[in-house]
Design a protein around this ligand. Sequence first.
Ligand SMILES: Nc1ncnc2c1ncn2[C@@H]1O[C@H](COP(=O)(O)OP(=O)(O)OP(=O)(O)O)[C@@H](O)[C@H]1O
Ligand SMILES: Cc1ncc(COP(=O)(O)O)c(N)n1
Length: 278
Amino acid sequence: MTHVAMTIAGSDSGGGAGIQADLKTFQELGVFGTSALTAVTAQNTLGVHGVWPLDPEAVTAQMDAVFDDFRVSAVKTGMLFSSDIIRAVARSLEKAGRPALIVDPVMIAKGGAHLLQREAAEALVKELIPLAAVVTPNIPEAEELTGTEIHSEADMEDAARRLLRMGARAAIIKGGHRTDERRASDLYVDADGNRMIFSSERIATKDTHGTGCTFSAALTAFLASGKELPEAAEGAKRFILAAIADGLGLGAGHGPTNHWAYHRLGGMSAKGGISVET
Ligand SMILES: Nc1ncnc2c1ncn2[C@@H]1O[C@H](COP(=O)(O)OP(=O)(O)OP(=O)(O)O)[C@@H](O)[C@H]1O
Ligand SMILES: Cc1ncc(COP(=O)(O)O)c(N)n1
């Protein structure tokens, strides 16, 4: 059976993040990728050089066209840019019968460019988080969404539980930004009472452009192909670890990760590197 996933995200001309990272990741994991583009960015490993959002109507039309013709098993959101686009996305998802939704609340690119307008964080909380099977913020995004400061694992758990209270069925706070920590550890909680830490060694590299997009796309692909949370989260952690560890050395700035590394290393059978703590 062919599983179909959808990404609703911005285009990264540099190919390491956004819709390009998502579709490459879906393909690597054997899931047919469809998409709704929200914005075009002119971007390379050195930064974001321009952002052109699409009309919300164009986002709705893309989503409706796909939903009218395909059985989509899981949908992820990435860069949504404005509250108008967020509202359009939420309406289309409702119309489509609320498919399994992975919300990656993309806000600011590494170089500081705003991929979500400041005032749109509220729309994310009101319109999309309540529809989410899982929400996957990094530390600054979790702080912004929950109005808390995160300095420790306990702070990560508190923020994750706040996201559950906002209506998400599960939350993963990604620890990539805690560069003072020796390991890269992500905290998972869900509404069924599970709490886990997925952790790996922290690879010393500057090539981490698109790690968040790639992680959430892998999570989406595993969910689309029938895995349950939290097993899908463990798979996504393995995928991103392989992609970071087997870097490509492209570009002069923060280079992309290697989307084909996981497959090449033998997929889920490549057990090394990850620890799961409950
Ligand atoms: N240097 C690293 N070594 C190993 N794993 C990492 C490293 N940096 C990030 N990760 C992992 O990559 C995934 C994405 O995490 P991160 O917190 O970097 O997301 P993000 O901030 O959304 O991405 P980006 O910084 O590219 O915007 C998480 O599973 C995180 O633990
Ligand atoms: C179009 C687009 N979407 C998202 C990100 C952030 O990417 P990430 O947080 O995965 O590095 C990006 N740089 N560009």
